[in-house]
Design a protein around this ligand. Structure first.
Ligand code: HEC
Length: 279
């Protein structure tokens, strides 16, 4: 008699859970209008041993080391798919942003990332004893790729659309329009060209109104660079920073004087549109 009662009780509980679970599922899947930002903290995943299966990848003509390299790595595509339900993401209108230790924030189209074979390298097979990586020498500065370096086995290193960031700590998915909406010079045709150049060449390292990379200084808030640099010097600096500062960290980007002038027009426009945003 007692067991029948208990069985009945357990069945009721089971049915109750079934109903409440179904209800929860219904509530959890509203149409995604404004998709939220999605972030993957790679160090946190590593600490939990959840990066995925180790493998070794060969990269011919590695664009950072300029030779053929071998890395211990995990499949970055599987990692992304394990952490984020991509069926809920509007892939065509989404960017993948890579956050690096020094504030460098390169980004690329999520679609391109998904089309490639990206791997997250965590150790260089040829590293000298006692170190995870061979040293990287850049502009006379010595660096290493810790903790992660993003590589591709299927992409030519000359393909500028693909980013190969090292010192990466986070992946973030972000709507393509997010930065454009906040930083676009809406009512000024002349500044538009400079804005397009700025988005392509500068925003990985510099923020405007708090939006953008943090490797270089914020350029607009509270004081715009156009307010404390002479205009002609600013144009020249953007073309060739090393002609102004010894051991400069800002690279020479191959920008023409005319393009630099257009960027400065954009910076002048933004100096009249200051606002702080949290990044
Ligand atoms: C790879 C990162 C990187 C990129 C890309 C980059 N910069 Fe820089 N920039 C820096 C860093 C770092 C500094 C700080 C000075 C230094 O050490 O080079 C700097 C300094 C500057 C300064 C001087 C700021 C001041 O207050 O004196 C200006 C202006 C500037 N950058 C504009 C630009 C523009 C415009 C672009 C795009 C065409 C650009 N930068 C692209 C990293 C970068």
């Amino acid at each position: 008699m007692k067991t029948v009662k208990i069985n009945f009780f357990v069945s009721c509980l089971f049915i109750f859970f079934l109903i409440s679970c179904n209800k929860q599922q219904e509530e959890k899947t509203p149409p995604i209008v404004n998709q939220p930002e999605m972030e993957i903290d790679l160090l946190a995943l590593q600490a939990k041993n959840k990066l995925g299966k180790d493998t070794v990848v060969n990269i011919s003509n590695d664009p950072v080391y300029h030779k053929t390299k071998k890395y211990h790595a995990v499949n970055a595509l599987l990692l992304l798919k394990n952490e984020i339900d991509l069926s809920k993401v509007d892939i065509k209108n989404t960017l993948i942003v890579f956050e690096c230790i020094d504030g460098y924030k390169p980004e690329m189209s999520l679609q391109l990332f998904l089309n490639a074979k990206p791997y997250l390298a965590f150790k260089d097979v040829d590293a000298p004893k006692g170190s995870n990586w061979e040293k990287i020498i850049k502009n006379g500065n010595e660096m290493n790729a810790d903790p992660f370096y993003l590589v591709y086995t299927s992409v030519s290193p000359d393909d500028q659309e693909y980013k190969w960031p090292y010192n990466v700590i986070k992946f973030r998915l972000q709507s393509k329009n997010k930065n454009s909406e906040a930083l676009q010079p809406k009512d000024d045709e002349k500044a538009m060209k400079g804005f397009a150049l700025f988005q392509k060449q500068c925003i990985t390292c510099h923020a405007i109104n708090g939006i953008g990379g943090e490797m270089g200084p914020e350029l607009n808030y509270p004081k715009s660079v156009t307010e404390y640099w002479k205009e002609t010097e600013l144009v020249n600096y953007i073309v060739n920073p090393a002609s102004f500062r010894h051991k400069v960290k800002m690279p020479t980007l191959g920008i023409t004087k005319q393009e630099s002038q257009q960027i400065v027009e954009y910076l002048k426009y933004m100096s009249d549109h200051k606002k702080v945003n949290s990044n």
